[in-house]
Design a protein around this ligand. Sequence first.
Ligand code: PAF
Length: 288
Amino acid sequence: MSSSSSSAPVFHVPAEFQAQCLAWQRAGQRVGMVPTMGALHEGHLQLVRLCRQYCDRVVVSIFVNPTQFAPGEDFDRYPRDLDADLDLLRPYAVDGVLAPAPSAMYPAGYSSAVQPGKIAQVLEGQFRPGHFQGVTTVVAKLLGLARADVAIFGQKDYQQLAVIRRMVTDLNMPTEIVMAPTHREPDGLAMSSRNRYLTPEERERALVIARALFRCRDRVAAGERDARELAVDLMQDLIDGGMDSIDYAVIADGQTLESLNVIGDDAVALVAGHVGRTRLIDNLLLTK
Ligand code: PAF
C-alpha cells in the first residue's frame, strides 16, 4: 500500500486490499465499490458520490483490464494517468483505491474465467467477441476482492450492467448492483473516457447520437409504439447526422436486450458506432 497525506490509500497488491476490506466488514462496516478503468471524469465521480450513500467505506478500482479488449482494440492507447485520477478522487475521501498491475490480477498459472450467457452474445457481444467474458471475469474478481456489499455501474454501459446483474444473480454473489444514470455534457454527449480521442470536428458530429436517442424517446413519450419503425428512424438519424459507421441502433427489452416489435413497459434504445476512429456507445431508457 502507498499513500500521501491527502489522497486515498492506494493498494497495488490485491491481497492487501482484500484484507483491508475484510477488516472493515468485520468491524460491521458496509463496503461499496466503484470499478473503473481509470481516465476518470465527472461521470465516474458521480458513481463515487452515489456509492457513498449506500455504505460506510467507498473503494475504487483503477485497472485497465487486458482481457476485455480484443486484438486491434485500444488497449495500448487507453489513457492511463493514476496521479491525475487520484487528484480527481481527493475531494471524495475515498477509503481505498485498488490499482493492481495486470500480473497481480492474472499471475502465472491463472486459468479461470466466467462464461456469460445469451445476454452477452447480442449487440456488443457480436462486435466485441470475448469482451463480456473479460468484463465478467474481472468484475467477479474485483467484487470478490472488495467483498463488496454494493457496486455502482454507469448506465452508459447498459449491456455491461445487464450482463453483470445476470452474473451476480446466477452465481449467487452477495453484491447489490446499482445503476447510476448516464452523465452528459451540457450539449448531451454522454461522458466517456474515449471522448478524449475525438477531434473537435468529430466531437461535434458525435452529438448526433444523443440527439437521435432523445428524439426517439420524445416520440415514445408522444405515444409512438412501433419499435421497428423507431429503430429504422433512429438508424436514419444517425446516418443523416454523419456517423462514420453504425454497428447497431436498436430498440430492445430493458432486461433481455432482445429487439422489440412493440414498445412495452421496459424499453431501451441502444446505439454503437464510430465517429472517426473512435467507437462510441450510448443508450436511453424509453419508458422510465
Ligand atoms: O466499465 C468499465 O470501466 C469496465 O468495463 C469495468 C467494469 C471496470 C471492468 O473492467
